[in-house]
Design a protein around this ligand. Structure first.
Ligand SMILES: Cc1cc2nc3c(=O)[nH]c(=O)nc-3n(C[C@H](O)[C@H](O)[C@H](O)COP(=O)(O)OP(=O)(O)OC[C@H]3O[C@@H](n4cnc5c(N)ncnc54)[C@H](O)[C@@H]3O)c2cc1C
Length: 319
């Protein structure tokens, strides 16, 4: 039987939203090809989180122990479980961790891999992954020709569908094994309080912010609505904000429900990183700015009036 494996992600004992998204992608494919959907959760608290992925269709939840992240170690566990469960399709998160271990998993399973998929369908028993190409200006639908097909899924791109699965929990004895690299320490880069790549709302500032001190008005709005703070490269290059906030071709690729661009013109390189956002709100003084071509809502105005007004209105609504 052709089974499907979805790999979830746990951070600080909490199940990340992408885990439900990869599970929903897996459920769709398992239903289409008639296989079983197994969800693998690695890390502390995995047993207690199994019910959350069962609620979106996991037939089985395999839990594995790991006290820290290791791309090699995770790849060893994922590939061992995939082999043990006769898996033909593997979905992994296109997150920082996922991007690190997914190519290693593909090599271990001799699988072809499509990374950064934003849509999943099935045709003739094979998974078809929709993936942005040419900096997000077009989409390619790609099938993997190898027996085992592997995919990474962009956060916030796949709709989570509630569907009760049996969710029988079992633990695996698969372990990190002998890893060549060991993490000896971690240092936070001083990025967003909310993870940019997984945020459902992002407020970004560009050259129109005019200086580093003005990012505070964006941060205030972010804090109020639980958004992550983004920036254009112009703002980063000017030294107003760190590169960890940069969205675009040479920054992060994001796909939030709502992207609020303030004082950003909308260059192709910027849009390559945020063009797949569900709703785009642009605040720009120049009515001809290219960002308005992709914006769902456009506000032609001075951001220094609009942003504080928005924050005040949110304060009233949210209390
Ligand atoms: C190889 C390469 C890779 C790149 N990678 C990236 C990338 O990853 N990310 C990225 O962002 N860019 C990237 N760039 C740079 C990109 O081409 C643009 O230069 C950059 O995105 C412009 O940033 P901006 O929109 O903030 O600035 P600008 O294009 O200067 O736009 C500023 C906007 O602010 C508006 N504005 C000014 N004052 C106000 C105000 N008070 N109220 C409202 N609006 C106001 C202006 O009307 C203008 O539209 C890359 C370029 C290259 C060549």
């Amino acid at each position: 039987m052709a089974n499907v494996l979805a790999v979830g992600e746990i951070k600080d004992g909490v199940l990340k939203k992408i885990s439900k998204e990869v599970t929903s992608a897996g459920r769709k494919v398992a239903d289409a090809i008639g296989g079983e959907l197994i969800v693998l959760l690695i890390g502390d608290g995995a047993d207690g989180l199994a019910k959350d992925v069962a609620a979106v269709g996991a037939d089985k939840v395999v839990t594995a122990k790991a006290s820290e992240f290791s791309a090699e170690g995770y790849a060893n566990i994922i590939s061992a479980v995939a082999k043990e469960k006769s898996v033909n399709v593997v979905f992994m998160p296109h997150t920082g961790d996922g991007k690190d271990y997914s190519p290693r998993v593909a090599i271990k399973l001799n699988a072809g891999i499509v990374s950064d998929a934003v849509g999943i369908s099935v045709d003739g028993g094979k998974v078809v992954a929709k993936k942005p190409i040419y900096s997000g200006k077009a989409y390619a639908n790609i099938k993997v020709s190898s027996d085992i097909q592997a995919f990474t899924i962009r956060p916030n791109a796949i709709e989570v569908v509630e569907k009760a699965g049996a969710g029988a929990v079992e633990s695996t004895s698969a372990s990190f094994g002998d890893t060549k690299a060991k993490i000896t320490g971690k240092e936070l880069s001083g990025g967003s309080k909310v993870q940019l790549t997984e945020a459902s709302i992002i407020v970004s500032g560009g050259r129109g912010m005019k200086g580093p001190e003005n990012f505070k008005i964006l941060q205030d709005l972010c804090d109020l609505i639980g958004a992550a703070l983004g920036a254009s490269r112009a703002a980063v290059d000017a030294g107003w904000i760190s590169h960890s906030h940069q969205v675009g071709q040479t920054g992060k690729t994001v796909s939030p429900n709502c992207y609020i661009a303030c004082g950003i013109s909308g260059s192709i390189q910027h849009m390559a990183g945020m063009g797949s956002s569900k709703y785009i709100v642009a605040v720009n003084k120049d009515a001809e700015a290219p960002i308005f071509k992709v914006a769902t809502y456009g506000i032609v105005a001075d951001l220094f009036e609009v942003v504080p007004a928005l924050t005040d209105e949110f304060k009233k609504v949210l209390g």
